[in-house]
Ligand binder design. Structure first.
Ligand code: FAD
Length: 388
């Protein structure tokens, strides 16, 4: 086989762009293709930019720790501001059951040396000025988590990858894979055929279709979520706030919001009933529902002006955990898909590990933990992780 590149990445999104960047950093000749006109036009631009390592799943913890390291040092390393704000994450608690849930995952978070604690109501009131005091029991605060602008980040990672020699081709949807027996030898787009010894599927919500082209079945299902952003106001809220109580209106299972580096509030909720599919029309119930929940939690948010709302998709897997690795049934193929609601925060950590795995034969994190993400795992007996 005559190769045009050392590696091809399908998808210039939250995950594909960092993979291209880190592969180029490893010295590989990389092509990254996307059907859309520029980087980050898939789900990356839907994300609100929350980045935390304080999960309960070990692989997510280690990969997001790596992402935090990369995001937080990006400006110093490259000179480009990507909106990094180390404001932390706060999960305030009003009921015993949520306190039990959050306290139950502290031991695993401490085992991985994450900076997180369960604080008193008074301390949470200090961290979240203006929060409803009635019934507040306390909550967790993880001050080293933070926020990044997905739009600024994907642009900067693309520019840096280009600087390292990576090539990007936009407006070129992958229609089929070049198969040589059970080996993926490259890709076909309407503009041509490109070959490489390894092709990485980082196609987000469209990842299952690409897997099928390689003859394997990995279940990734788009699950739609809405979000919005306000006009900027003076900074007063440091952490990204997550309220995991189900909403009294029966529509929401949790909601989260934060004030970004530019002063805007950015917000989102998880519908109690998932909306599967690619429908991106905003619903009439999103804004009144989230506005009520935010104003009840922090009454001083009442006067905010909403600038824009949107609806995007989480690329969901049956167990709520990403799928990263080499599928054993096909050669020359790698997947970094099914990022669920955390693809933006996982992106750089996944990128650095995938590049190391491809270029050096081993990931950066403990290989046994990395293997928990394997595409060969059994998805039929899936148990979704409690905190998404
Ligand atoms: C409302 C909302 C809020 C969110 N908030 C957060 C958050 O705070 N933090 C967080 O970490 N995550 C968040 N997410 C989730 C995050 O957006 C996704 O997990 C993440 O963007 C997925 O990254 P990806 O690279 O897999 O997919 P994408 O970023 O969608 O990239 C996939 C790319 O593949 C391309 N593609 C698809 N098919 C083809 C093909 N055949 N040929 C060529 N290219 C193709 C697409 O055009 C796309 O650009 C949020 C999502 C939503 C909807």
């Amino acid at each position: 086989m005559m190769a045009d590149y050392d590696a091809i990445v399908i998808g210039a999104g939250s995950v594909g762009v960092p993979i291209a960047y880190f592969l180029a950093k490893e010295g590989l000749a990389v092509l990254c293709v996307d059907g859309r006109p520029s980087s980050g036009q898939g789900e990356n631009k839907s994300a609100i930019g929350g980045v935390r390592a304080t999960h309960s799943d070990p692989a997510k913890i280690l990969l997001c720790k790596e992402s935090l390291r990369i995001f937080s040092s990006w400006k110093g390393d490259t000179g480009t501001d990507i909106g990094w704000k180390m404001g932390g994450y706060c999960f305030p608690v009003f009921r015993e059951e949520e306190e039990r849930t959050l306290r139950s995952i502290l031991p695993v978070q401490r085992k991985f040396k994450l900076n997180i604690d369960f604080l008193s109501a008074k301390e949470i009131e200090k961290a979240v000025p203006g929060i409803q005091e009635k019934g507040l029991r306390g909550g967790t605060l993880s001050p080293e988590d933070g926020q990044v602008s997905p739009l600024l980040a994907v642009e900067s990672f693309t520019n840096e990858a280009r600087g390292l020699g990576a090539e990007f081709r936009f407006g070129e949807p992958v229609n089929s894979l070049v198969m040589e027996g059970k080996t993926v030898a490259g890709i076909r787009t309407p503009k041509g055929e490109y070959k490489a010894p390894v092709t990485v599927n980082a196609a987000g919500s469209a990842a299952t279709a690409i897997c099928r082209m390689a003859g394997i079945d990995v279940p990734v299902r788009p699950d739609s979520h809405e979000a919005g952003i306000t006009a900027p106001v003076k900074q007063f809220l440091n952490p990204l706030v997550v309220d995991i109580r189900p909403g009294p209106e029966g529509k929401t299972s949790n909601f989260y919001f934060g004030q970004v580096h530019g002063g805007q509030f950015i917000f989102c909720y998880t519908p109690r009933q998932p909306f599967y599919g690619e429908d991106r029309r905003s619903t009439s119930e999103f804004m009144p529902t989230i506005a009520r929940r935010m104003a009840e939690l922090i009454p001083r948010l009442r006067g905010l002006t909403v600038r824009r709302v949107w609806r995007g998709t989480y690329p969901m897997t049956p167990d709520g955990v990403a799928v990263v690795g080499k599928p054993s049934k096909v050669q020359g193929f790698y997947v970094a898909i099914g990022m669920c609601g955390q693809g933006f925060m996982l992106g750089p950590g996944v990128g650095a590990n995938v590049a190391s795995h491809i270029a050096k034969g081993r990931p950066l994190i403990d290989p046994e933990v990395f293997a928990l993400l394997s595409p060969d795992r059994d998805f039929t007996a899936a148990k979704t992780e409690k905190l998404k």
